[in-house]
Ligand binder design. Structure first.
Ligand SMILES: Cc1ncc(COP(=O)(O)O)c(C=O)c1O
Length: 416
């Protein structure tokens, strides 16, 4: 590895990698709706366009054009596996995380019965709750809820340990909530569960855009996130360990059971979106080269290193927001500081509805939505009465700037 060239994120370079900023509407918008979906890196768009232009055929086959299309898709899949440091066979590419969790829950039917317990949390997005609730309804297993501490909105490990019994079979939890932002102790949960052969399925959708997941170190049974929030195309990525998969009921066509990567493929995923994931590798590689020079590191190592620069940048912006908001009559859900927290801030105001705040921001060309963001159980538990109005969510990405944060703060100050 060569010496580090830059020890901070070069935001101008990063923004130059996103063609969206060249468009007048995006250029004038301060975009803080990233938890809903990020802008797409130019390298991904190039691969997407390439697929649609040259390879939009039923992939694989003798003819060169069919073969080439298959190759581009294989490259997309392999790149995603390389970015995560996992085997391609351990990767399921689905339409979304919601779909992947649903498929996984069906695949777990053989693991649970009326004598089993499944633990979910009320901090999670519904995608990692409903699928397991329905599994319990189908099988007679008991659903247990790891409740948040309503003072902190966080998940305490002691409450989790109290829920564990010899009947516990599966634990489903979020790495960080799309509302609360605290990084949850997934590593400690896995350490508690592994010796007991309890399966752990992790929702990394809200975590991965801020901090690239280190799945090999974490070693969960299943880990899901969505690439449309990590600057890529609209796909759900699901890792499952080989050993866990061997216990699951395949959800693919019977004649595809010989292909490990298709076992949990419950729907034919979008070919072009898979192919375009190759561009995500180019994005991380180029960003790495710009910041760290030429190195012979793996794509996974590069992604982790680039993501730590992204995280530091976002944390700095998030600190700016939290400090500048501190005098206002607004309440942040979860921590009001950035230690152990992702740059994803949800707040409510004593003075205005969340919809009003979102509209005020929109009037100043700032995109930050309001609502429950499908984490209805969390908001109910926190005592938020109007869960349609919900919270105002200001979610960062690494291409945000300090000037954009100042615009958010000025607008919120002006209306309080
Ligand atoms: C934390 C979290 N989990 C799961 C999901 C569902 O992801 P998808 O839209 O890919 O189904 C979301 C979507 O916003 C989310 O924020």
């Amino acid at each position: 590895m060569t010496d580090t060239k830059l020890n901070h994120l070069d935001v101008n370079f990063i923004r130059s990698c996103f063609p969206t900023f060249e468009e007048p509407l995006a250029a004038k918008t301060a975009f803080f709706e990233n938890a809903g979906g990020s802008y797409v890196a130019g390298a991904v768009l190039n691969q997407l366009m390439h697929f649609y232009k040259f390879n939009k055929v039923q992939p694989y086959g003798a003819a060169e054009i069919l073969h080439t299309a298959g190759e581009q898709m294989d490259n997309g899949r392999q790149t995603m596996a390389d970015l995560l440091g996992i085997n391609s066979a351990d990767l399921t590419l689905g339409a979304s995380t919601t779909q992947n969790f649903n498929t996984l829950a069906y695949a777990c039917e053989g693991l649970v019965n009326s004598n089993s317990e499944v633990i979910i949390t009320d901090q999670d997005h519904e995608a990692n709750i409903g699928a397991w609730e329905r599994l319990c309804e189908r099988t007679g297993a008991t659903l247990k809820v790891w409740n948040i501490n309503t003072k902190t909105a966080e998940l305490d490990l002691e409450s989790f340990e109290a829920l564990l019994t010899p009947k516990t079979t599966i634990v489903c939890m979020t790495h960080s909530s799309n509302i609360v932002g605290t990084v949850n102790p997934v590593d400690k949960v896995i350490a508690l569960c592994k010796p007991k052969n309890i399966r752990v399925a992790v929702d990394g959708v809200s975590y991965a855009p801020h901090m690239w997941p280190d799945i090999p170190s974490l070693s969960p049974d299943a880990y899901c996130f969505s690439t449309y929030k990590t600057y890529g195309t609209h796909m759900g990525v699901m890792y499952t360990s080989e050993e866990f998969r061997s216990q699951l009921t395949p959800q693919c066509h019977y004649f595809n059971r010989g292909y490990e990567s298709k076992l949990l493929d419950g729907a034919g995923p979008d070919h072009a979106s898979i192919a375009a994931l190759g561009g995500l590798g180019d994005y991380f590689s180029n960003a790495h080269q710009h910041h760290f020079g030429n190195t012979d590191q793996s794509l996974f190592e590069k992604a982790l290193q680039v993501s730590s620069l992204m995280h530091a940048h976002e944390t700095q912006l998030c600190n700016q927001l939290l400090e500048d908001l501190s005098g206002l009559p607004v309440h942040v859900l979860g921590r009001d500081h950035t230690d152990g927290r992702e740059a994803n801030i949800a707040l409510i105001s004593d003075k205005h509805s969340s919809a009003t705040l979102s509209q005020q921001l929109a009037n100043n060309d700032i995109a930050a939505g309001n609502g429950n963001f499908y984490a209805t159980r969390l908001l109910e538990r926190m005592g938020i009465e109007d869960i349609e109005d919900g919270v105002l969510r200001i979610s960062f990405s690494h291409y945000n700037t300090s000037e954009e944060v100042a615009r958010v703060v000025d607008t919120l100050k002006a209306c309080h």
